[in-house]
Design a protein around this ligand. Structure first.
Ligand SMILES: [Zn+2]
Length: 364
């Protein structure tokens, strides 16, 4: 890739209607990991991620290395002080290799400006000839929210108060983008096998100008359930029943519960559900932090050093009449293989009831 890095671009698959973000510049980004040789720390108790507390020689996310990142857009800096200097607890910076950009230039062909690309089939109802190869600039924001000034490679390594501060930073940044976006997706990738390219613990925030299919589907199902049940709240009803049945319940506190979801798509998948239905994660105080701590502790006890994992925060997208935020955690223990890729249907060899039982036991 020696030519100039192209602007990220959104295209729609003509057959499925699903969007892809083409972000060619990301192929040039540096990586800490060597996934092929990496110990993925299964229950055999290998080196795990515990061993990686010393920074690789030039960690851009450690305190004191602020000049190695793009200028910060926000920081929790209780003692004050100038931007891009030490003294912060959580720090948000633009992703150096963004998949979304605020000032995207016209990518050519089809709809431009701020508008997402038109689905060629939907657009064809309005215009005569569908533009099967339309694309649009990948408009939005792509930030990194650094969890800690110290070189921690997993959320599980943060002290309780540090985790609370990191999660407060997630909420701060989601709130900052919520008004100007169709949807804000915050995720954490831990470990090279989970897609992380830098080991220093961080979240990534994607502020999108469209609502991705999975999120739109959830929004629609919350609304449909409310209509069908004369005002019922889908996830609150699921949660109440999970508490009653107990078999997939891992832990519960005053504010939130931790369950292995009924239709878990992968082994030891966990879901944090706030007990009081609130649509927006970013507006719900500190709810869920204790449950997140419990989830990380359970996984760490069950898998030596903690598994590589993906975590995502599901908060209400724009135009959600009914919604209930939640956090999903998927330990990276199984691959999505041909059938899963072909159909979108997961085959999970670990029943959530058994996973929940093991995780309950691991909490002691
Ligand atoms: Zn670091």
């Amino acid at each position: 890739m020696s030519e100039a890095s192209p602007q990220p671009e959104i295209r729609i698959d003509q057959l499925t209607g699903l969007r892809t973000i083409l972000a060619g510049a990301r192929a040039d980004r540096p990586i800490d990991f060597e996934p092929a040789t990496r110990d993925t720390s299964d229950e055999g108790g290998g080196a795990g991620r515990e061993a990686e507390e010393t920074p690789s020689n030039a960690c851009a996310f450690c305190e004191g290395s602020e000049s190695k990142t793009p200028p910060e857009v926000w920081a929790d800096r209780p003692g004050g002080g100038p931007a891009d200097s030490p003294g912060w607890r959580v720090r948000a910076v633009p992703n150096l290799y963004p998949a979304l950009v605020a000032d995207a230039e016209e990518a050519g062909g089809g709809v431009g400006g701020d508008a997402p690309p038109a689905d060629p089939l939907l657009a064809s109802a309005r215009a005569g000839e569908p533009d099967l190869f339309s694309s649009a600039p990948a408009q939005g924001a792509h930030e990194v929210v650094i969890s800690s000034p110290r070189h921690r490679t997993a959320l599980a390594q943060l002290a309780d108060d540090e985790l609370a501060i990191a999660v407060a930073g997630w909420r701060e940044r989601i709130a900052a983008h919520a008004e100007s976006s169709s949807c804000v997706q915050l995720i954490v990738n831990e470990g090279g096998g989970a897609g992380a390219s830098l080991e220093h613990s961080h979240a990534q925030l994607y502020a999108l100008a469209f609502v991705p299919v999975l999120i739109a589907r959830e929004r629609e199902r919350f609304t449909a359930y409310a209509q069908r049940t004369a005002g019922g709240e889908l996830l609150a009803d699921v949660a109440a029943e999970e508490v009653r049945r107990r078999e997939r319940l891992v832990a519960i506190d005053d504010e939130a519960m931790l369950v292995c979801p009924w239709a878990s798509g992968s082994p030891y998948q966990l879901r944090i559900i706030p007990r009081r239905a609130e649509a927006r994660f970013e507006l719900d105080g500190e709810v869920g932090v204790a449950a997140l701590r419990t989830a990380l502790r359970a996984l760490r006890a069950r898998f030596s050093g903690g598994p590589e994992l993906n975590l995502w925060v599901r908060t209400a997208p724009r135009d959600a009449d009914a919604f209930h935020w939640h956090i999903d955690i998927a330990p990276r223990l199984a691959f999505k293989a041909g059938f899963e890729l072909a159909t979108g249907v997961d085959i999970n060899v670990m029943p959530p009831e058994r996973a929940a039982e093991e995780l309950r036991e691991s909490l002691g």
